[in-house]
Every structure is written in structure tokens, then in C-alpha cells.
Design a protein around this ligand. Structure first.
Ligand code: PLP
Length: 440
């Protein structure tokens, strides 16, 4: 049909003429047109279908266009689309109640933000005001968002051109496959990474450190599932020195790992939890900080110097309530856990057996990384040009991949079915067999 095909061309033209894109040189950006979606699939205007194994930016946990969430947004829009944060709004209270119900005992209050970056921004602010200390320690292999303190807490390359906030120190977290500590077992990696952190804390001056900020499972940096004992060890170091622990659950939280929070799988209790993405699958932009009572109480009689026009926006709140209720009643978090154990994990292990280009597979739930290497022995990352060819071939065959550095992140919505996993695996398999032909 000419008119719908034209819409793709019109969308592309308008985009090229007027839209400025994130993290890219504008002349090189060539994004796909996506016009509609349902579950794990999206379409352009002409009806070309893609199986979404990226969940966009690893945020559409409940799948595209979940009818209950769409209806809740519509109903809220008809009642009240926007309201100031300094009002009482029923949807806001209900959203906060549902969020704290999943947090550890003692967490009672939520500060709502517009997304994940400002969630970390405000958690850092709370930690500094609560402790009266300045420094924030975070890892080099991390992404915490694109605002003042969040981007400087970030470890990856995006920090470097943006380093205009003070009081940030970085360290290395555990990553056994590319160990900074010459470790060969998970136990060694945990022990040595903890030794390194202890020395960084001592050298920085423990009484100058407000918080350690960590992604529970570093996501964009490579889905680096922490080795046993590491997070508990970090908690212990924090406790020894009166340092707060902020766990960034923006990507790992709300079902991605097959648990409500990724930290539910570890012996660790944070002081502040930041979230966004999966809480409402990004249907309306939102994030927030879940605050443990001792920190919340700091601001009982003292003004909290922070706020946002859209804090607790009714459309976002209604979508959180509906998304969390649907995730609960439809067993969506359980599905993420089970499909990871019985389908994705085994299928990726099988791919790794058959393709020498796969150096390591790691993950859980619907949160997996496939590390592509030029050489299994040296673990040298597959060069960017070859990774680019793989990415293009996946899209060509109708799979939307999440590709970061030399890795494919296999991160479908939590509602993904065994059939969809099989379909995706056949595409990965074919592409890994053919896209590198002619290269040695
Ligand atoms: N923290 C983590 C772990 C993330 O993965 C992201 C986004 O990818 C952020 C924070 C920033 O969230 P937002 O892009 O909503 O500001």
C-alpha cells in the first residue's frame, strides 16, 4: 500500500531534518522506523515486523501495548492528566504503596522522578545530606544516567566529556571473564574486588565518603552478574565506615532478572534503591528513589532541597499501578525466571558450543550477554566492524538486537514465550554462521 509505505519515508525525512538523536554523530544516525507494537513484536508503517529482543532500551518488561496498562493510562487521562507534585493524588499513593510492598522491610517512602538518571541524582543528594559527606564511589563498568552527578558517577566513556560534577571516585567491580585482579575463580574475583574496594575507601578517607553507588547487576556494561559474596562484602565495608549503599535497579529491577529486584537474589540490603524502566515498562517516563526510613527521617523536620514539576505525574502513576498489578496477576516475573532457566540459558549455551566467536554467555531471567571474541584463548573482543555486520544481519532478518561494544545482550520482554525464544535463537544461529563468512 503506497500511502502507508509513504509514512515510513515521511517519518524518516522528518527525523533526518528535525530530530537530534542521543549519543551519536547526527550525520551517521540511521534509526529504524517503528510505528506500532504488541507483546514482543514491533512494526513499521508498511507492516515490516521485528521480534524485539532489546525491549527497546531494556525497559519494556511487560511487552509492548499491554492492554491493562494502556487502559489505565487512558482512564487516568480522562480523569486528570497532570497535577502539581505538592498535591495529594490517589494514583500516586497507590503507585508508591505497590512499589514499597516489593522492597525490603522498613522501606516506606518513594520519591518520584522523570527517569533513571534523576533517580540516581536525587539518591546521591539524599546520601550527601544524610551523611554530611561528599564523595560518591561507583564503578568504571557502569551507566547511571545522563545528568550532572549521574553521568559523572557513570564509569563508561560517556562520563569523560561530561566531567563537571565534583566528589566522584571510581573503582573496578568484579568481572571474572575480563578480571582486573588476575582471578580465575568467582571466589577469587569476589575476594580481590573487595580488597581493591577496601583499599580505595581507605585511600580516599572513609569519613569523606557518602555512598557507594552500584548497579546490582551492571547492565549496559555487560550484564555482570556479581560473584557470590561480593555484594554482602560491599555492604559490610559500607557499614564499617558509615557509608550508605545505593543500589541502582533501573535496568535490573522489576522482573528483568526473574525477581522483583535483582538484589532479592543476594544477601544485601541497600539504603536507597533507584528504579525506572521496568516499573511501568516506559509507557510514561518515570523513575524514583525508594528510601529506607532512617534516611527518610532525616527530612522529617529538615527541608529536602529537590523537586520536579512532573514528580508523581498521574499518567505515570496510573501506568505503574496497572503494570505492577498485571505483572503480579499474570506471573510475568516468574515467566522471566523460568524462561531464562529452561529456554534462554540452555539455548545460548548450545549456540556457544557451536560458534567459536562466542567467548562467554552469562545472565539470568531475561537478562543475558553473549560476548563475541576474535579469539577464544586471548578473549580479544570481536572488532567493531564485524560486530556491526552481525547487528545489521540480525535486523535484516527481523530481529531487533541490543548490541553494546562486542556483545549481544539478549534482553526480550519478561513476557517472552518459548516459541519466540526459539525463533530468535534460529536467527542468532544463522547470523553467527553467515555474517562472518570470509573472515578468519
Ligand atoms: N541506571 C541504569 C542502570 C541504566 O541502565 C539507565 C539507563 O539505561 C539509567 C540509570 C538512566 O536511566 P534514564 O535513561 O531513564 O535516565
Amino acid at each position: 500500500d503506497d500511502t502507508v509505505a509513504d509514512l515510513d519515508a515521511v517519518a524518516r525525512e522528518l527525523d533526518r531534518a528535525h530530530v537530534f538523536h542521543s549519543w551519536s554523530a547526527q550525520s551517521q544516525a540511521s534509526p529504524l522506523v517503528i510505528a506500532s507494537g504488541r507483546g514482543c513484536r514491533v512494526w513499521d508503517h508498511a507492516g515490516r515486523e521485528y521480534l524485539d529482543f532489546s525491549s527497546q532500551l531494556v525497559n519494556v518488561n511487560i511487552g509492548h501495548q499491554h492492554p491493562a496498562v494502556v487502559s489505565a493510562i487512558r482512564e487516568q487521562a480522562e480523569l486528570l492528566t497532570t497535577v502539581a507534585p505538592a498535591t495529594v493524588n490517589l494514583a500516586r499513593g497507590e503507585a508508591a504503596e505497590r512499589i514499597v510492598a516489593r522492597a525490603p522491610e522498613g522501606f516506606r517512602r518513594v520519591f518520584f522522578t522523570n527517569g533513571g538518571a534523576d533517580a540516581n541524582e536525587n539518591a546521591i543528594r539524599m546520601a550527601r545530606l544524610h551523611t554530611g559527606r561528599d564523595k560518591i564511589l561507583s564503578t568504571y563498568r557502569s551507566y547511571h544516567g545522563n545528568t550532572g552527578a549521574a553521568i559523572v558517577s557513570t564509569g563508561d566513556w560517556r562520563r569523560v566529556p561530561n566531567e563537571f560534577a565534583r566528589g566522584h571516585v571510581h573503582f573496578f567491580g568484579p568481572y571474572l571473564y575480563r578480571s582486573e585482579f588476575w582471578a580465575t575463580t568467582p571466589e577469587q574475583e569476589a575476594e580481590r574486588a573487595l580488597h581493591h574496594l577496601r583499599r580505595v575507601i581507605e585511600a580516599e578517607g572513609p569519613t569523606s565518603i557518602a555512598a557507594v553507588l552500584l548497579e546490582t547487576v551492571p547492565g549496559t556494561a555487560g550484564i555482570l552478574v556479581p560473584p557470590p559474596g561480593y555484594l554482602a562484602g560491599v555492604r559490610e565495608l559500607c557499614d564499617r565506615h558509615g557509608i550508605l549503599l545505593i543500589l541502582d535497579e533501573v535496568m535490573a529491577g522489576f522482573g528483568r532478572t526473574g525477581r522483583w529486584f535483582a538484589f532479592d537474589g543476594y544477601d544485601v540490603r541497600p539504603d536507597l534503591i533507584t528504579f525506572a524502566k521496568g516499573v511501568n515498562s516506559g509507557y510514561v517516563p518515570v523513575g524514583g528513589v525508594i528510601i529506607d526510613e532512617p534516611i527518610a527521617q532525616t527530612f522529617d523536620d529538615r527541608v529536602f532541597p529537590g523537586g520536579l514539576t512532573y514528580s508523581g505525574h498521574p499518567l505515570a502513576m496510573a501506568s505503574i499501578v496497572a503494570a505492577l498489578d498485571a505483572m503480579e496477576s499474570e506471573g510475568i516475573v516468574d515467566n522471566a525466571r523460568a524462561i531464562g532457566e529452561t529456554e534462554i540459558g540452555p539455548a545460548l549455551a548450545d549456540l556457544a558450543d557451536r560458534h567459536a566467536v562466542i567467548g562467554e554467555v552469562r545472565g539470568e531471567g531475561v537478562f543475558w550477554a553473549v560476548e563475541l571474541v576474535a579469539d577464544r584463548e586471548t578473549r580479544e573482543p570481536l572488532p567493531a566492524a564485524a560486530v556491526g555486520r552481525i547487528k545489521a544481519a540480525l535486523v535484516e532478518r527481523g530481529l531487533l538486537p541490543f548490541v553494546q561494544d562486542n556483545r549481544i545482550h539478549v534482553v526480550p520482554p519478561c513476557v517472552v514465550t518459548a516459541e519466540e525464544v526459539a525463533e530468535a535463537m534460529a536467527i542468532y544461529d544463522e547470523v553467527l554462521s553467515t555474517a562472518l563468512e570470509g573472515e578468519s
